[in-house]
Design a protein around this ligand. Structure first.
Ligand SMILES: Nc1ncnc2c1ncn2[C@@H]1O[C@H](COP(=O)(O)OP(=O)(O)OP(=O)(O)O)[C@@H](O)[C@H]1O
Ligand SMILES: [Mg+2]
Length: 277
């Protein structure tokens, strides 16, 4: 039996198998977990940027990085963002993931503006809605693989709540590690793992709090071509199985092609590239 991410942790059934089988949409939460029902726009974009501008100060000068970015990403879409180094790809991902705020413009989740919410609300939203994956994994070296994957839940819940639910969380983390093919490594530290394994671990960590949207910044940038392809296939599979919305920044054309759609950041704006194969 194959379980969805939404189901992982809710039962104690057999461990999931990693397949590309599409699951029924009925088993996947299609409503936002935090907005009131009437706030959701099932047919509208999942996440959007509207006329977003961002500049950084460099010495005396202000350098405009994003100059009116407009983008709509559907729920369940897998989008690749390409562009030259310094074009603002990471900046855009940080704005969409509420790690930073635009100077001008809006960031919307299911049509609701997020960027102007109080800091605390944005922090809570970020923890609930987004999972992040970075080029250099950012695993904590002193923690085991299992502890690294559990870390977002330790941050999200109080010490008491985490302790009460520790068995459930541990089972959930173990099942997600099985999903990414790392269940034989639970006690290993990051220094004992390969680059591909560390990125799988980072994906598991990003998924453990059941995000709606995965933001991946050069997730294959530090991996050889074959391992990079495997990681991208894993992301594509998660996107298909879980209807997880994925925004992936990459320099690599072959990797970008794995997505449903490719856009390029150029001159501070988004341009369509082509529908990927
Ligand atoms: N916190 C910051 N303070 C000042 N300048 C910044 C900051 N973050 C980014 N920049 C500048 O903004 C521009 C865009 O940076 P960004 O990291 O978004 O580019 P990128 O497209 O992700 O590049 P790369 O492909 O090399 O990762 C760069 O010129 C960078 O130096
Ligand atoms: Mg970058």
């Amino acid at each position: 039996m194959t379980k969805t991410m939404a189901e992982i942790g809710s039962t104690h059934g057999p461990a999931v198998s990693f397949t590309t089988q599409r699951t029924s949409s009925a088993s996947i939460a299609t409503q936002s977990r935090w907005l009131p029902a009437e706030g959701g726009h099932a047919s509208g974009p999942h996440i959007s940027a509207v006329a977003v501008e961002k500049a950084y100060r460099k010495g005396q000068h202000k350098v405009a990085v994003l100059r009116g970015v407009n983008i709509n990403v559907r729920r369940g879409e897998f989008l690749s963002i390409i562009g030259q180094s310094g074009s603002g790809k990471s900046t855009l991902l940080h704005l969409l993931g509420l790690l930073d705020c635009p100077d001008i413009g809006e960031v919307l989740l299911e049509g609701q503006r997020m960027d102007d919410l109080p800091v605390r609300t944005r922090d809570q939203l970020r923890n609930r809605v987004f999972g992040f994956i970075f080029q250099f994994y950012h695993l904590l070296p002193e923690l085991s693989l299992l502890e690294n994957v559990l870390a977002p839940l330790m941050i999200r819940y109080s010490a008491w709540e985490f302790w009460k639910r520790r068995r459930e969380f541990r089972d959930r983390a173990s099942e997600i590690l099985h999903l990414v093919g790392l269940d034989h490594r639970l006690k290993h530290r990051p220094s004992e793992m390969s680059g591909g394994e560390m990125q799988r671990a980072a994906i598991a960590r990003a998924l453990v709090a059941r995000p709606e949207i995965l933001l991946a910044d050069e997730p294959t940038g530090n991996l050889d071509a074959r391992t990079g392809q495997e990681i991208t296939e894993l992301l594509a599979s998660l996107n298909e199985r879980e209807q997880l919305t994925i925004l992936m920044v990459t320099h690599d054309d072959a990797i970008a092609q794995q997505a449903h759609r490719i856009v390029r950041l150029s001159e501070g704006q988004i341009e369509a590239v082509a529908a990927a194969a």
